[in-house]
Design a protein around this ligand. Sequence first.
Ligand code: NAD
Length: 491
Amino acid sequence: MKVELDKTYGPLINGVLETGGKEFCFAAVDPATGNNLAYIRYCTESDVDRAVAAAQNAFPAWRNLGQQQRARLINLLADEIERNSERLAIIDALDVGRCVSEVRKDYLTAVRHYRYFASVVMAYEDSGREIEGGYAIARREPLGVCGQIIPWNAPAIMAAFKLAPALVAGNTVVLKPDENATLSTLELAKLINKIFPAGVMNMVTGLGEVVGAALSEHPLVRKLSFTGSTEVGRIIAGVAAKRLVPSTLELGGKSANIVFPDIEDIDAVIDNATFAAIHNNGQSCLAGTRLFVHADIADVFSEKLIASFRRVKIGSPLAEDSRVSCLVNARQGERVLDYIKLGQEEGAELLVGGARAVVAGCEHGYFIQPTILLARNEMRICQEEIFGPVLSLIIWDDYETMIAQANGTEYGLASGIYTSNLKHAMETASRLEAGSVWINRYSNITDGTAFGGYKNSGIGREFCREALNAYTQIKTITVQAELPDIWFSPL
Ligand code: NAD
C-alpha cells in the first residue's frame, strides 16, 4: 500500500487540526532511509494552554453524556482504527523503523483495547450500602482534564492504553506523543476528530522538556499519566507530588526470563525466549533481556539459542518477512553499540551478533544484529535498559542465588518462567518482584490482565478494569429518608 502523508502537521486543539509552518517544525525522519516524511510543529507553552482550555471547556458536556454514549463513540473509534490499520501500520514502520508485520499486531491490540474499555465501563457500577435510616452511595466521577505523555516505541498501543480508559470514564484529554514517533498518532487524531466532540481529545506535539513539562505542570490538568523512561518518570512524579494530582507511571524494565532444566520442548522455549528479547528490535519496556538458563542444560541451550539468533531475519521495516529492522534513530543505534562494547569491557563474552548490519536500500538505518552476551548479573549490561536486540545470558545452578539475581535490579516490570513443573512455576512466580510473570509464554498479555511495574518500573496498572479507578475519584453521597431530630441547639 502506498501511503500519502501531509507535508506538515500540527496539534489537534478544540477540534481543529492545525498545520505546521516549516519555520518552527521538526522533521519526521524515516530511520531506515533518512528521508524526511513530513514536518511537525514544535508546540509552545501557549499551545498547551489552548489545548488544556479546550479540554476543560469540553469536560462538563462529555462527563454528562453518560457511559453508554461514550462507550458508543469509543467503539466507533475502534472501528475507524480497524479500517485504517494497514495505513497506520505502514506509517509507524516508516516513522519508527519497526517491522510492519509486528506493528500490524499492535493495531489489533489497540483496537481490542478500545473495545475492551467500551465494554467494561458498562459494568463499572457505582456501589452503595444501607446506613441507619438511609443509604450511602459511592459514586465514581471523572477527574477532569488528563495530561498524557507517551513514548515512541509502540505508538498505537501507548495511545490506546491512555485514551481508552480516560475517555470512557468521562475525562477529557491532552495527549503528547513522542517527538520520534508522532505521525501515526496525528493520523489517529484525524480519526478521533471525525467522531468525538471538539475539545474532548486534544494533541500537542513537540519536545518533552517544553511541551511535556508545560502539560504536566499546567494547573488545570487534574491527572497525569506517563509512559517512558524511569528518569523522566521521576520528574513527572515530582511534579505530581508538588501539584497534588494523581499520576500513573509506566516506566522501564530489565526483565528476567528463567529457564528450568526440566523444560520439555527446548526448541519452543528457545523460539519464545528469542522473541522475548528482541521483538520490537529490543525496544520494548517488557523485553526479557536477562535470560537465566540452568547449568544442566546450558551447553545445548546456548548452542541452539545462538543458532536461533542467527536465523532471525534482519530486513527493511516494510519487508513482510523481517523480524528485526532498524532502531528508531542513529543516537539509539550508537547507544546500543556502546552497550555491547561496554559489556565486553566488563568481561561479558560475545556469543553472537554485536555489530551493525547493512540492509540494501536502507543504508541509513541502524540495523543491529541480534546479540547475545554471556554475562553476570552485576554487570551494567544486566542492570541498565539497553533498548536494542541485545540479550544477556546468565547461567544459574543455585535456586536461591538465581532468585536473588532475578530480583536484583532496580526494575520490576515483567518476567518469564519456563518449566514443566507447576510447583516450581508457582513458587517462583510468587518470589519474583515483577508486575507480570508469564509462565511458559513470554509477553502473554490479554486485555483485562493488569500491566504495570513493581519497584522503579512504575506506579499503577493499565490494560485492565483497575485503570478506570485511576481515572475516577469517589464521591460519597448519603441519603436520609427524614431530617434528624433537633438536638444541637434545641428551641
Ligand atoms: P522518555 O522518557 O525519554 O520519553 C517519553 C515521553 O516523555 C516523550 O513523549 C518525551 O517527549 C516526554 N518527555 C521527555 N522529557 C520530559 C519532561 N521533562 N517532562 C515531560 N515529558 C517529557 O522515554 P523514551 O526514550 O521515549 O521511551 C523509552 C522508555 O519508555 C523506556 O525506558 C521504556 O522502558 C519505557 N516504556 C515503558 C512502558 C511501560 O508500559 N512500562 C512502555 C513503553 C516504553
